[in-house]
Design a protein around this ligand. Structure first.
Ligand code: SAM
Length: 279
């Protein structure tokens, strides 16, 4: 019998995101929303903002593209949209839990490579390799190499994702490759920059929503749990707090210090749409 598969905490986070999104926000997208100045920032408008994001991304698919590899397809929501627009789409999905949902959505219309992008093996070339908020999860060097083999000359790499800036200070916001490192690495591959758009101002409002949920619901729930433990199990509670103080401090800083907000996102992250042509 093979040992049970280890489940990555990021995968669990994405599946929780999917469940909460489906239940509370009526959305199956797992990416940020794109907020134009006239769209009020509220949970009720999240599905609209995410649809804006997908439309914005799709509007940058180069003319002449017929085949797309959607890397990190999440629930398959974007892939289904692309199929509806007449593109031929294959997907990459290393998460069995998300793949199940993508299969329900896409049926046999797409081939799904059930592995990481780095592990994809195929002879099939694609006109476009697309990363919709999935670039931050892949290893950059192997992914540039893989993209180089999957794209014919003139094919495109389209990435829409956030990166770390070089801003000084401690950030409560995780995720993203360093942008300066991305530019340095890609410069040694045969990819010519076609577009590089900074959409941080349009995506940062997502963090205003996160901040509101954490402040108004997260902190009171955290306090309630500690109150319950302190009142009912004072000795166990003291022991746990002593044993895990470092972890608790880290969680408090990350989620409950009020630092997870739009201003800090704009300072520590840069959300970009990057289009490159293989030359
Ligand atoms: C934030 S979700 C984005 C999902 C979808 N592209 C969207 O825009 O809604 C990140 C996706 O990247 C996938 N992913 C994580 N690590 C990956 C890897 N090494 N190779 C390919 N996909 C990966 C996850 O399974 C998930 O589908």
């Amino acid at each position: 019998m093979s040992p049970p598969r280890k489940v990555d905490s990021k995968e669990v986070g994405l599946v929780i995101g999917m469940i909460l999104g489906q239940y509370f926000l009526d959305t199956e997208d797992l990416h940020y929303g794109y907020w134009p100045p006239d769209l009020p920032v509220s949970g009720a408008n999240m599905a609209q903002a995410q649809a804006n994001y997908s439309n914005f991304l799709i509007s940058h698919i180069p003319a002449g593209t017929k085949t797309i590899l959607d890397v990190g397809c999440g629930t398959g929501h974007l892939a289904r949209k692309l199929l509806g627009l007449g593109y031929r789409v294959d997907c990459v999905s290393p998460s069995p839990l998300l793949t199940e949902r993508a299969r329900q959505k896409l049926g046999d219309a797409c081939r799904i490579f059930e592995c990481t992008y780095e592990e994809v093996e195929t002879e099939k070339p694609y006109d476009l390799v697309l990363f919709s908020e999935s670039w931050q999860y892949v290893k950059m060097e192997p992914s540039f190499q893989k993209t180089q083999t999957l794209l014919p000359e003139g094919g495109h790499l389209l990435i829409c994702d956030f990166f770390k800036t070089d801003a000084k200070g401690k950030s409560a916001l995780g995720g993203g490759h360093r942008l300066s490192k991305f530019y340095r690495l890609i410069s040694s591959y045969p990819f010519a920059a076609v577009q590089d758009l900074d959409i941080t101002p349009e995506t940062a409002p997502n963090l205003a929503l996160v901040d509101e949920v954490l402040t108004r619901a997260g902190i009171p729930i955290r306090d309630l749990i500690f109150y319950f433990l302190n009142q009912n199990y004072p000795r166990l509670s003291k022991l746990v707090q002593w044993q895990f103080q470092n972890k608790i401090d880290k969680l408090n800083f990350k989620y409950f210090s009020g630092q997870r907000n739009a201003e800090n996102f704009a300072k520590f992250k840069s959300y970009r749409l990057l289009l490159y042509r293989k030359s």
